[in-house]
Design a protein around this ligand. Sequence first.
Ligand SMILES: C[S@@+](CC[C@H](N)C(=O)[O-])C[C@H]1O[C@@H](n2cnc3c(N)ncnc32)[C@H](O)[C@@H]1O
Length: 197
Amino acid sequence: MTDSSAPSAVWETRYRTGDTPWEKGEPSPGLVDFLNQMPLPLKGTVLVPGCGNGHDVRAWANAGWNAVGLDIAPSAVSSAREQTPPGMKAEFRLGNFLADEPFASFDCAFEHTCYCAIEPVDREAYAKALDRWLRPDGYYVAVNYLIPDKEGPPYGTTRDELLHRFSPRFTLIRDFVPRSYPNRTDLERLFVWQKKP
Ligand SMILES: C[S@@+](CC[C@H](N)C(=O)[O-])C[C@H]1O[C@@H](n2cnc3c(N)ncnc32)[C@H](O)[C@@H]1O
């Protein structure tokens, strides 16, 4: 019997019922600018946990990366695959970013509305998972949602909380307010981290 309160079932139901207010039909504007204006000093493999319909994954692929989207909801993975043109270096896998053993060691991970989607109690598991999925010196690029909400998802966070959470394992290279979707203007912050050796 399926546990309807399990995260995978909860997210799957949201996709099946069309209850997806995060879905904007395009990649994160901050990510688009970042890829155009501030490329990382390499182009390799990138993992996008909680990729949803895969817009951000395809943006990385269009920028020359081998991009892999991971999502816990089967309908998100199917939809992302359907929206991806043949030949694009973008693939999608069903899995649990927090719990699964990594199937590869990535050069980069990209975060966009996954950290605010998981239960706050799982945030330390998220930081540990990042450490597992990334190669030494790998990059972690995040567009975080800095809202005050304690009831979620989305669950809010602050710059201070993120620095406290990731600094033990990652070095902050830069952070700034990116361009956002109209309803998120000035509520997002883009962070570029590098995993400590
Ligand atoms: C708020 S949605 C954002 C989707 C996408 N990043 C976007 O911005 O359109 C959060 C996504 O994270 C996925 N998710 C939640 N927990 C996850 C986990 N532990 N592992 C992988 N995906 C997860 C959900 O299924 C959902 O697609």
